[in-house]
Design a protein around this ligand. Structure first.
Ligand code: BT5
Length: 265
């Protein structure tokens, strides 16, 4: 179904205060995060959502490519939280938790969260989150939370060889297509309620819920950053969002959320 048809219906059915009250959409964009940042600079309101059918230059962290064919849910949410910038980095966990909750509740999946920004199903990546922020000193101007979920396409048909093993989609898992509109409504409603929960109660209870889905905890992992590779046991995630790793020489390392990747061994 063309995007404009389901977007109109989505707004009529959405039970949110802010999230998705303004929706900007297009058939094809370079990246919804890039577009959302432009709109945020131009004054777009808190809760504005930018969504596209396909992205020509979808991005992951460190400008990695995010493959975004038709049939996926590619969107970015503009937020204007009254938080310290260090707290806003935790919104990536809020988004990952919302996705895992909704995939499990709506489709009976066993999705997992993987530090810091992935959601997996059957150990394969189904969703990635990219949060970006604009600040002036200690004041946040806006945060853009970009979420990509592989939905109505078969991994086998669209992904390059190296991703076929590492990624999955709802269609590949369920053997059928799902209604993007239903998924998007469920997700925006859960995102808003978890965002409010985070603002009200702080990060600890959000992190506890996120950790309930964290299948990598207790596993041997390899953490790769631009400067080094570390092998160890993923012990825990701390309240600042950092990964606590027990290295092979038994020392503990706190790895800050940043441009690092984690591979479960
Ligand atoms: C991420 O980065 O996982 C964040 C992805 C965020 C995408 C959304 S879509 C809407 C919004 N607009 C954007 O331009 N971006 C956001 P990272 O952890 O760096 O993972 C990137 C890696 O995931 C790539 O290097 C590939 O290995 C893999 N990958 C690329 N496309 C994928 C896909 N569709 N599904 C699963 N894995 C993918």
């Amino acid at each position: 179904m063309p995007i404009r048809r389901w977007i109109v219906r989505l707004q009529e059915r959405l039970h949110t205060k802010h999230f998705g009250r303004v929706v900007v959409f297009s058939c094809e964009v370079r990246s919804t995060n890039e577009w959302a940042k432009e709109l945020a600079v131009a004054g777009a309101s808190h809760g504005t959502v930018v969504v596209a059918e396909t992205q020509k230059s979808g991005r992951g962290r460190l400008a990695r490519e995010w493959i975004s064919p038709a049939g996926g849910l590619w969107f970015s949410l503009i937020l204007r939280p009254n938080l310290h910038p260090a707290e806003a980095a935790k919104l990536t966990f809020v988004a990952g938790l919302a996705v895992a909750d909704v995939l499990n509740e709506m489709f009976g999946l066993n999705s997992e969260t993987k530090w810091p920004n992935d959601v997996l199903v059957n150990k394969r990546k189904i969703c990635g989150v990219l949060s970006e922020m604009s600040t002036t000193g200690d004041t946040i101007n806006f945060v853009v939370v970009g979420v990509g979920i592989n939905v109505n396409f078969e991994v086998e048909d669209v992904f390059p060889k190296e991703l076929k093993e590492a990624a999955t989609s709802l269609e590949s898992e369920l053997g059928r297509k799902v209604r993007l509109e239903e998924l998007f409504i469920g997700l925006l409603e859960r995102l808003e309620s978890l965002y409010e929960f985070f603002l009200e109660k702080g990060f600890s209870p959000v992190l506890e819920k996120w950790k309930n889905y964290a299948g990598f905890l207790g596993c041997k992992v390899k953490v790769t950053s631009q400067t080094e590779d570390l092998n160890g046991l993923a012990l825990d995630v701390d309240y600042d969002g950092s990964l606590i790793l027990r290295l092979e020489n038994e020392t503990l390392r706190h790895i800050l959320v940043g441009d690092v990747s984690l591979n479960v061994q």
